[in-house]
Ligand binder design. Sequence first.
Ligand SMILES: NC(=O)c1ccc[n+]([C@@H]2O[C@H](COP(=O)([O-])OP(=O)(O)OC[C@H]3O[C@@H](n4cnc5c(N)ncnc54)[C@H](OP(=O)(O)O)[C@@H]3O)[C@@H](O)[C@H]2O)c1
Length: 351
Amino acid sequence: MVAEGLYTDKNDCNVLVMWRYSNLGNDVLMDIPIRYLGNSGLLVSAVGLGCNNFGRVDTPTFTAEGTADVMVAAIEAGINFFDTADIYGAEFGMSERLMGPVVAKAREQMVLTTKFGHTEYESPLARLGPGGSRAYIRASIDESLERLQTDYVDLYQHHTPDPRVPIEETLEALNELIDEGKVRHIGHSNYSGEQARRAQSVAKRLGLRTFVSAQNEYNLLAREAEHDILPTVQDLGLGFLPWFPLHNGLLTGKFTKDGGPENSRIMQSRHHVHAEAPWDAMERFAAFCESRRITMLEATIGWLLAVPGMSSVIAGATTVVQVRENADAAVSWSPTTREFTQIANFFPVKP
Ligand SMILES: NC(=O)c1ccc[n+]([C@@H]2O[C@H](COP(=O)([O-])OP(=O)(O)OC[C@H]3O[C@@H](n4cnc5c(N)ncnc54)[C@H](OP(=O)(O)O)[C@@H]3O)[C@@H](O)[C@H]2O)c1
């Protein structure tokens, strides 16, 4: 093991988690392929770590200790890309705050991204203006950086489009942050193809840095991005980051139509994901995996990585074992063109 944790307080992440590294970075246990994030020049691991489990109630990653375990295991496994947001965790800022002590120790091994301005969540900064406004953005980045214990993020993502604010204002504010060195690149999330195109043409017209990435829901059971944002991303030269890549864990193979692990997010709080799953297709997919002696997790991640334009599969994980398995799946299996189509045909894209 590369890192040894000494935890003084499981729940208080302000108490510095002390880590001993034996030259972390040279000691990664395996290599994960790295990919360019669009045209940004950023190099991200093909499997990243989605960080919305950090601070999630009833998971091992509710605590600073559990979060640090998963983050260090990710780095040891060759994952460099960490995707969080100000809203993740049981309280606003909790995921970022729990990550901070590890970021402080391992910043150079990380490509770090966070998000701001989700229009459907309450924010303590709402008094400053809407999430896409200049005043909000300027305060929001400073608070995220403080929680994350760093002075810059590699990618700052606008979490949802904000119809209350002209995109010109959002882009100008984000460009100020790039000029000030607080942010290296900017991305968007949950934008439509049209919104992505407009943002790029406005940025070019104003001589501003453009968004370099799009993050939208995408997995075998939710392929609607293929209608609009995925082709747009390729046209515009953006990187693509799929959220819910494992469909909340349903595509890991640990569920059958009769149920799954009691301690999983799906069985605890998202029963509808299980209830609404197309179990006939899931069983055909399971048989496909079995016939090739691969796990459903390997097939799911292998398939996503074969989708044109895919940058990094930002799968979430609640345990060290999960994050290692996800990292392993970046290299363990790649579909042939025929297999890629076979898998896609199990789960036809909805209109
Ligand atoms: N931009 C947006 O609007 C938006 C929205 C949602 C998510 N996101 C991003 O996308 C990331 C990924 O989404 P997500 O974490 O919600 O869902 P996900 O990646 O589809 O599923 C993750 C869940 O699957 C289970 N799992 C993961 N690896 C496993 C393994 N190897 N074996 C068995 N089970 C495994 C774990 O849940 P259990 O242990 O509970 O079963 C884990 O929490 C988020 O962390 C976040 O960064 C962005």
